[in-house]
Design a protein. Structure first.
Length: 118
């Protein structure tokens, strides 16, 4: 079975929020589903550590919210798990995407941060 393509897009706000960080809206989508996540650019850039967030060792990274619930990111079996819910064990929605999709998202956030600093 071939790996499903996940479209990754991100829109960052032009100004900072009350914490001094720039919020962003992320869209991850296939032809069958779409997940919208709100997080700051700084949080999203932290997803560069996704390969170290081993799901079996409960080392998920908490980044962003979707539908008002926290989003937890973890890696395992060569894929990334995106878990939406109270924590990485009591989630309400779970999706698996290629690790490359999460790495692309982290790169987009880092690039946006660097462009803003220039």
């Amino acid at each position: 079975m071939s790996e499903r393509t996940v479209d990754v897009s991100m829109e960052a706000a032009l100004s900072t929020d009350e914490t001094g960080r720039r919020p962003a809206l992320v869209k991850l989508a296939t032809r069958d589903w779409e997940l919208n996540i709100r997080a700051t650019l700084e949080e999203l850039a932290g997803l560069t550590e996704i390969r170290g967030a081993d799901r079996l060792s409960r080392r998920a990274i908490a980044v962003g919210t979707a539908a008002g619930a926290p989003v937890h990111w973890a890696a395992g079996d060569g894929k990334a798990s995106i878990l939406v819910g109270a924590d990485d064990e009591a989630w309400d929605l779970a999706l698996q995407v290629p690790l490359s999709a999460v790495e692309e998202l982290a790169q987009l956030a880092r690039q946006e941060i660097l462009e803003n600093e220039a």
